[in-house]
Design a protein around this ligand. Structure first.
Ligand code: FES
Length: 137
């Protein structure tokens, strides 16, 4: 189990962003949100257009209202506790869940398929094929 953060770092209305590595080696972003039944973790993309981040790395994270995460692109709202969307373009779809555990106020990544990388979003400067600045890194 890898430690992600503490519960008091997860905003009441918003999200806490971190980065994991998939089994394929690809990096992916995950958000922690406050839900009615505790903290939930979802992969940070919309089910309508997977290129669309819910948390765009701005202060406070994803937009939320009344326990729902609002997609910034077309406004579909996902239940923060279940990940389910019953409205708009993503209707009928559910966010991709990430397994976490909360122990004494500390949040751990328990998803066997994922490896914790760092707090915050994917570093977009990493591995750009046209960049020479990392040669000899
Ligand atoms: S991209 Fe999220 S609702 Fe369309």
């Amino acid at each position: 189990m890898e430690q992600i953060t503490t519960t008091d770092e997860v905003p009441e209305n918003g999200s806490f962003l971190f980065t994991v590595t998939e089994p394929s080696g690809r990096e992916e972003e995950v958000i922690l949100v406050s839900a009615a039944d505790g903290i939930a973790a979802w992969k940070n993309f919309c089910m309508h257009e997977p290129d669309q981040r819910l948390d765009r790395g701005i202060e406070g994270g994803a937009a939320m209202r009344d326990g729902e995460i609002i997609c910034p692109r077309h406004g579909s709202m996902f239940d923060a506790a279940t990940g389910y969307c019953d409205n708009g373009d993503a209707r009928g779809q559910t966010l991709v869940e990430v397994d976490i555990a909360v122990r004494h106020g500390t949040i751990f990544l328990t998803d066997d398929a994922l490896e914790f990388q760092h707090v915050g979003g994917i570093d977009e400067d990493d591995g750009l094929p046209d960049s020479t600045s990392h040669i000899g890194f």
